[in-house]
Design a protein around this ligand. Sequence first.
Ligand code: NAD
Ligand code: TDX
Length: 370
Amino acid sequence: MQSVLITGGAGFIGQNLVHAWCAARPDDRLTVVDAMTYAANIRSLESLIADRSILFVRGDIRDAALMRRLFDEHKFTRVAHLAAESHVDRSIVDPEAFLQTNVLGTFTLLKAALDAWRSWGTIDRARFLHVSTDEVYGSLGPNDPAFSESSPYRPNSPYAASKAASDHLVRSFVPTYGLPVLITNCSNNYGPYQHPEKLIPLMIIHVLEGKPLPVYGDGSNVRDWLHVSDHCDALINVIEQGRSGETYNVGGGNERNNRDLVGLICDTIDRAFAADPNLSARFPSCPATAGRSTRTLIGYVTDRPGHDHRYAINATKLATELGSRCRVDFESGLGQTVRWYLDHEEWWRDVTSGAYKAWIDKNYGYRIVI
Ligand code: NAD
Ligand code: TDX
């Protein structure tokens, strides 16, 4: 039995990880710490909190006194660190929050773990998993080999630079202080509970509401899509079985350019409307209601500055050392994700009101259709 701290557990991957962890390791005691920024949502955790399967603490990882108190109260033996500012476009408009949370927050958490585990004399049995991104490696050309764990760091956005800085800090705690850390760098996740500012949920919701689908640039940028459940399984495997001090890349092996991906989302929704007449009543503004292809909503808008062209992950190390492999086929994973958003309208309407709306105005207000 382990006492586990999950930071950022109210975010997209965090919520999925909490559920996966409870299912895979029911005897562990889980404490979730989350600052509840605009990106957080704890609806899916409410029943776990109510029946005391997990403890939820609203708190900021930059709060050193709180972090140390939590370590002392709960005697954590595992840390899965996911708390972060995670949206590239936001980091372009307002980078400071990324340095605060991703760099300083990670440092504060590392220090709390080190001080606690040293003072208890348990450092040899503890594990600190830092969840990072493939964006630290920069951008690939069309024929370049996929990123491996030894690819050089070449971050191109303030978000990627802040994650790269945090990876370096985490790594430095191994030779300097002997902290037992593991780092994972993963590709783009998709699945339930993803905030609608990210590509896949944004496009699904815009299709349902009959709004334009803003593809940045010419839509040729490629991402390697990883279902969040495969990612969570890999994280649990890495924290328990991975070699301390090592980095593991996690990828979906599903490269798609944004143009094709958005077209696939449209076709999936068109088929769902053709099969279920109730959807037309629920989403009257969707072109599929009138039997028109929702691809007619696709438009090309001003590109993201510094837009990385292609990401692809070589996940051989994870597969050969730890036996972790993806199980979710991309087309069926995308179909399930579309279905999830169709079935959870109340969830995304809630998220897309208020603060989210203000952000959309700020991010898309200046973009012109090209
Ligand atoms: P998310 O934005 O959905 O969730 C992040 C969570 O962190 C939110 O609940 C937020 O409230 C919390 N948080 C932010 N600042 C905090 C602070 N100072 N203290 C405590 N909590 C704070 O992000 P996500 O998509 O779930 O990503 C989780 C992690 O995985 C991040 O570290 C991200 O860099 C990494 N990652 C994500 C993806 C992806 O495709 N989503 C891919 C690669 C890596
Ligand atoms: O409206 C949009 N139009 C568009 O064309 C949005 C929001 C995105 N895009 C493009 C930009 C990217 O090429 O789609 C692609 C995916 O964009 P995002 O969903 O913003 O993801 P990305 O920038 O690739 O970063 C994601 O994967 C790596 C996560 O948000 C990061 O947290 C993670 O580290």
